[in-house]
Design a protein around this ligand. Structure first.
Ligand SMILES: [Zn+2]
Length: 101
């Protein structure tokens, strides 16, 4: 079973891909892949590991500016699109790892 961190990384990767494609980039552009690498690194060094809940409700701000603003923009953008494309899937399902590829 995948850890919470792994699930979070997977969801984020998916979101960044949706966002980048939506912005008209054919492949993941350097900005987006840098951001992906950055956030994976942050998640890996999360002080709470797998014990805490979603990063959204976390009191520790793993991401520093300007990446933080960009990631929030991506989550808003991709979150809406994932919901529209799969109306039965809520963010809760994604968080709980019930959404299989
Ligand atoms: Zn991009």
């Amino acid at each position: 079973m995948a850890s919470r961190i792994e699930r979070e990384q997977k969801t984020l990767k998916r979101m960044i891909h949706i966002y980048c494609k939506g912005k008209g980039h054919a492949v993941l552009c350097s900005d987006c892949s840098e951001l992906l690498a950055y956030s994976n690194e942050r998640l890996d060094s999360c002080p709470y590991g797998n014990k805490k809940g979603s990063c959204k409700s976390c009191k520790t701000h793993c991401y520093k500016e300007p990446q933080r603003t960009k990631i929030r923009e991506i989550m808003r953008y991709a979150g809406t699109r994932m919901f529209l494309r799969h109306p039965g899937i809520t963010m809760g399902h994604v968080r709980d790892g019930k959404w299989k590829d």
